[in-house]
Design a binder for this molecule. Structure first.
Ligand SMILES: [Zn+2]
Length: 133
């Protein structure tokens, strides 16, 4: 790994996504890699970094995908879906929960915090503008 990990930049992006209206939900490790311009060789370390936020800022979930790779529904990581059958809008039907992708959403606390920070930032910007005029 040549580049150091831009943890600050990742935190900034997460805060921006959380303060978005509506908040960006169900994002993947790949989405984060792409947003900060890292290639897939950083997958594991970014995954570990995101998982370290689990329960505080992020909620990791498993997203069920159909055999044609459409997102169906996100479940808790330990949710047991054995024996359940699912359908997809694309016509795939009665398939078992076999293919998952790991997705993250934000905790309510983190969303609140990110929104408060965004408001404060915007207020500061306004203030600075008002001082100029
Ligand atoms: Zn489908």
């Amino acid at each position: 790994m040549a580049t150091s990990i831009p943890f600050g930049k990742i935190n900034e992006i997460l805060a921006r996504w959380a303060a978005n209206t509506p908040p960006i939900e169900d994002f993947t490790v790949e989405n984060v890699l792409y947003a900060v311009g890292l290639d897939s060789s950083y997958y594991e370390i970014i995954l570990r970094f995101l998982m370290s936020k689990a329960g505080f800022e992020l909620i990791p979930k498993k997203m069920l995908v159909c055999p044609s790779n459409h997102k169906i529904q996100a479940f808790d990581l330990d949710e047991d879906l054995e024996g359940e059958l699912f359908d997809c809008f694309c016509g795939e039907s009665d398939f078992e929960a076999e293919d998952f992708i790991l997705v993250f959403s934000f905790t309510d606390d983190f969303k609140k915090d990110a929104l408060a920070l965004k408001k404060k930032f915007m207020k500061n910007q306004e203030q600075r503008y008002l001082q100029l005029v």
